[in-house]
Write a protein that binds this ligand. Structure first.
Ligand code: NDP
Length: 254
């Protein structure tokens, strides 16, 4: 059965509305992984392994759908394909291998819910771009939406990479535990990696200019804003000398 572009668009709208409706719930319940991990959520598995298992579907599904759609790849489609792939090769393979989280665990329920989340986002975006969505003409390369969105994506990607690198570097030399990150955007917000990720997928949505990409950007914000607020609260409770003027995720705002 081949779903039409219209059907995928309706699903993407429903998925976006689900993010907005679930946002108040996500603000209340902190996902139990990383510093918020807890053994009250049932069986657990190794943190790195869990990370790879739940992020890999985003890479594999998206790439498979684009390559099996039978479309001639125009240059704009190549760019979108490459940006998603670069992001997810890092997120699903390189990032977990770089983290210093030896011995840490993640609840299996988080692994399953993240697989579900990634499955929907990668399927909507991959299927729409690779199979049924409107094809991009070569002229889309010079469309202001593609250029501005591309600039926003790259800016977000660099912010995200630099922030993750700094956080992972805090445990250099065999250290464990948590430290106050300082410098760059950390002087303004607690979670520049989340801020960068939100900026990145907002840029991608502008470049792709379609509803599945928009739904992914909205979901990224709906996931990461509550997580940043939880991290920020945790930092302020854990470190008595935590910088007072730092916000959680959006500089100067919140
Ligand atoms: P965190 O900022 O919680 O952690 C990143 C890494 O740095 C972890 O290995 C963490 O260890 C370590 N770390 C963080 N803060 C400190 C500190 N103060 N001192 C020492 N080590 C620290 O990010 P997440 O793990 O939640 O997410 C990782 C990446 O995945 C981010 O770039 C995020 O944007 C992305 N992501 C994207 C989502 C989306 O919806 N698109 C959803 C979730 C994540 P530990 O694990 O032990 O805390």
């Amino acid at each position: 059965m081949i779903l039409s572009a219209n059907t995928i668009e309706y699903i993407a709208v429903a998925w976006t509305i689900a993010a907005i409706l679930l946002f108040p719930f996500l603000l209340k319940v902190t996902a139990p992984y990383g510093r918020h991990t807890s053994n009250k959520w049932g069986p657990m598995i190794d943190n790195r392994l869990g990370w790879m298992i739940y992020e890999l579907p985003s890479l594999v599904i998206f790439v498979t759908l684009l390559l099996t759609g039978g479309r001639a790849f125009s240059s704009p489609l190549w760019v979108l394909f490459s940006l998603w792939t670069i992001h997810y090769v890092n997120r699903s393979i390189i990032f977990p291998l770089r983290t210093r989280t030896k011995g840490k665990k993640v609840p299996v329920i988080i692994v399953f819910s993240a697989i579900f989340f990634n499955l929907i986002n990668a399927s909507l975006n991959g299927y729409y771009l690779g199979w049924v969505g409107p094809e991009y003409p070569e002229s889309w390369l010079t469309d202001p939406r593609f250029i501005i969105g591309g600039f926003i994506f790259i800016t977000g990607f660099m912010i995200n990479q630099m922030a993750d690198k700094k956080l992972i570097g805090l445990r250099k030399g065999g250290k464990t535990g948590y430290f106050i990150p300082r410098g760059g955007l950390f002087n303004y917000i607690s979670c520049p990696n989340f801020f960068g990720e939100i900026v990145e997928w907002t840029g991608f949505a502008i470049m792709a200019w379609n509803l599945p990409a928009l739904s992914f950007a909205v979901w990224t914000a709906a996931n990461l804003i509550p997580r940043a607020l939880s991290h920020h609260k945790w930092y302020k409770e854990y470190f008595k000398d935590y910088p007072k003027n730092r916000k959680a995720v959006i500089p100067y705002l919140f």
